[in-house]
Design a protein around this ligand. Structure first.
Ligand code: CA
Length: 233
């Protein structure tokens, strides 16, 4: 994941190479970052390292099924909120119900038109992750525009590094909630395994320094023994 962008990342889980390729090419063309897995086991390992913004998940996979993986994603606290679109050749109503009960947000039946799939991906992201829709976020007189990469505080443009930009974007779209360093690494860096938690503190310091001139640095609160919170009100 490129730190400078807020491009949504999609994990495609599909064992048939031709369909996996079709999905990946079309999603990339639509502007998404794409990762791929050919089995539920590989997908789970990939998610364990980098949390995607959405999963396109085939029902029929070798080994563990897509439905089983969807249940697993919903059962873990870290992945519970991860949007899922199930992909399947099955058309029977009971399968659709089973897929939705397993936690899928939407359902696309094969053969599908790439256009329709992209539209559904966008719709699910708008509903489940509105902060990825590309609209400017505003708290008080602090405005961040993910499309233009501009941050304005008290009428003055701020110069933020790419990591501070992502960190502020995450904070502003998730204000008032406390996040541990590990959660921030996962959400902002896309990696909670290989980066040291100290890194978070370094970038928090830089973010506070950048926000100091407009007084917004006080919104970045340290929650002792837990992590950080961004004050939204
Ligand atoms: Ca398959």
């Amino acid at each position: 994941m490129t730190l400078a962008t807020v491009t949504p990342s999609i994990l495609v889980v599909e064992d048939e190479p031709a369909i996996q390729e079709l999905l990946a090419v079309n999603l990339k063309h639509a502007g998404f970052l794409v990762a791929r897995a050919a089995s539920a086991e590989d997908a789970w390992a990939a998610i364990g390292t980098v949390l995607p913004d959405l999963v396109v998940l085939d029902w029929m996979l070798p080994g563990q099924s897509g439905v089983a993986l969807a249940r697993k994603i919903r059962a873990e606290e870290r992945t519970r909120e991860l949007p899922i679109i199930m992909l399947t050749a099955r058309v029977h109503e009971e399968d659709k119900v089973q897929g939705l009960e397993a936690g899928a947000d939407d359902y696309v039946t094969k053969p599908f038109s790439p256009k329709e799939l992209i539209a559904r991906v966008r719709a699910v992201l708008r509903r489940r992750a509105p902060h990825l829709a590309g609209e400017a976020v505003e708290i008080d007189d602090l405005t961040l525009n993910p499309a233009t990469h501009r941050v304005v505080a008290g009428g003055q443009p701020l110069d933020l590094g790419p990591t501070e930009f992502r960190l502020l974007f995450f904070f502003m779209t998730h204000a008032e909630r406390v996040y541990t360093r590990a959660q921030l690494l996962d959400e902002v860096w896309g990696d909670h395994v290989f980066i040291e938690e100290r890194t978070v503190d370094v970038h928090i310091r830089r973010l506070r320094a950048a926000l100091e001139s407009s007084g917004h640095h006080e919104r970045v609160e340290t929650v002792r023994g837990t992590g950080y919170r961004f004050r939204g009100a």
